[in-house]
Design a protein around this ligand. Structure first.
Ligand code: ATP
Ligand code: MG
Length: 469
């Protein structure tokens, strides 16, 4: 499906355009009434083409074309010049529109122009112009310029051109899902579906019918036939997230789909053939899962045709200033009056961020920037505004044994304190999502829950929340 967004600022001409586009099976057409609504939609989902008659420089400074070119480089803009003005069209092209249509135009011209734009959006590898206007930003939302992330960008460029299975590994919060999306949207399948399924979030017995679908009556509760994710992803890409959490039973079934590109719905004997590109991701060390006997070796080799390893943020700290800027800008909003309120970080604060190790990676950084931009009143966020785990990490969170030993030490108390601070740190970094915190601590979730209870950490959470209000 090719996704088209029509921005209907005020024109009647657009109605017939929308009807024409909707008559094409391959187009999924959405219409919004204003530039702001358009930018909100674009922030949420990818569109191949934006068609707009808004080429004005009035009110907020930038036309929608300029904003799309800056923020969503892969999306193509077509100007719909309802006045038939040539100068307007020329201006629009200068701003980065890929084409223009005069109203009225022959339907065949409209359709071929839109199809050409879709093809451009689909096949263009990340555009230079995006890199030109915003240094370090590539593949839509992926930011970075450190040598390590550039290597990943390079890998995305290469694997996007193939149909090979890719296994993306990296710690939690490093951007695995964004990378999977970048691979799909830069591949020849980009105007076909990308279906995402989190294998860790769905219990084993449900996951099977979620993946493969089921026939009516296949099990209690199966009131009607259901199409699974593999069928939905036919001709496109399926992204199997948290693959390391899949049960051994399902691993066997998945292996077969990978080998044969076919499967049966639960409760059916009819074989369904599909043409699917598989991307998978995990934050687990699958080699040790193979050694534990929880992950099949043959499946591992099937998935790991092309490995993409995402480095943790602590190994690419030079990306931090760029990321901070990107998040602040995004939080600042898109309208000019919002941008005036955009916050910045003092040099000291940035320096401090670069000294911290970011165990929760980019997600932790993103959440922290969001929290700071809400809680800090001043326009410049200072080092003092940063949370204690970042400001006082060496002295407060982790007293070194030698410092404390000078006056003797209560061993059990110190161990308890250390445990508590580590657990709190992990919980804070993961917004108290216990499963994620347990992953960070390489600990069983139930063990973590017991410790939280025993140490009464929920109380700490409540008091922290009150502090920050
Ligand atoms: N290079 C990047 N540039 C900008 N934002 C990024 C980048 N990498 C990650 N992010 C942001 O960080 C957050 C975490 O990314 P993502 O969900 O892709 O991580 P993940 O590796 O899949 O994590 P998990 O293993 O916990 O599922 C997202 O909000 C994403 O937008
Ligand atoms: Mg993920």
């Amino acid at each position: 499906m090719s996704k088209i967004l029509v921005v209907d600022e005020d024109s009647k001409a657009v109605g017939s355009l929308i009807n024409l586009l909707k008559s094409e099976d391959d187009f999924q057409v959405s219409a919004v009434l204003s530039r702001d609504q358009a930018l909100n939609r674009l922030a949420d989902e990818f569109f191949h083409v934006v068609i707009t008659d808004d080429n004005s420089n009035v009110d907020f400074g930038k036309s929608i074309i300029e904003q799309v070119v800056e923020q969503y480089a892969q999306t193509q803009c077509i100007i719909y010049a309802s006045q038939g003005s040539i100068t307007g069209a020329v201006q629009a092209m200068k701003k980065g529109a890929c084409d223009y249509l005069n109203h009225p135009s022959d339907p065949s011209i409209i359709l071929s122009t839109v199809k050409a734009a879709v093809a451009k959006a689909s096949l263009d590898t990340p555009k230079r112009r995006r890199t030109d206007s915003a240094p370090g930003v590539r593949f839509g939302e992926l930011v970075g310029e450190s040598p390590k992330i550039l290597k990943v960008f390079n890998a995305i460029d290469k694997v996007a051109k193939t149909d090979s299975t890719v296994l993306i590994t990296g710690e939690s919060g490093t951007g695995k899902e964004l990378i999977a999306r970048a691979i799909h949207y830069n591949s020849a399948r980009c105007n076909k579906p990308m279906v995402v399924i989190n294998c860790g979030a769905i219990p084993g017995e449900l996951l099977e019918s979620e993946l493969f679908g089921h026939e009516k009556g296949a099990f209690t509760g199966a009131h009607r036939t259901r199409v699974g994710r593999f069928e939905m992803a036919d001709t496109g890409t399926i992204f199997l997230d948290e693959i390391g959490d899949m049960s051994p039973d399902l691993q066997v079934k998945l292996l077969r789909v990978l080998q044969e590109q076919s499967f049966e719905r639960v409760g059916s004997t009819k074989t369904i053939r599909v043409n699917i590109r598989v991307l998978a991701a995990t934050n687990k060390d699958l080699i040790s899962s193979i050694n534990d006997g929880t992950f099949r070796e043959d499946l591992y080799y099937r998935l790991n045709v092309i490995p993409v390893t995402v480095p943790p943020l602590r190994e690419r700290k030079s990306d931090i200033p760029l990321l901070v800027n990107f998040f602040l800008k995004r939080l600042g909003g898109r309208r000019r009056q919002d941008r005036r309120r955009m916050k910045t970080l003092s040099e000291d604060a940035v320096k401090m961020l670069m000294e911290y190790d970011w165990p929760g990676n980019i997600r932790e950084l993103e959440n922290m920037i969001e929290r700071l931009s809400v809680l800090v009143e001043e326009s410049v966020i200072q080092a003092d505004d940063l949370p204690e785990r970042i400001r006082g990490r060496t002295t407060k969170m982790r007293p070194t044994a030698l410092e404390s030993l000078e006056d003797g030490i209560d061993f059990n108390g110190a161990v308890e304190h250390y445990q508590k601070s580590l657990i709190l740190e992990a919980l804070n970094q993961t917004d108290w999502v216990k499963a994620k915190a347990a992953d960070l601590l390489k600990m069983n979730r139930t063990t973590l829950v017991e410790k939280i209870k025993k140490m009464n950490l929920e109380a700490v959470r409540v008091s922290n929340k009150q502090d920050s209000l």
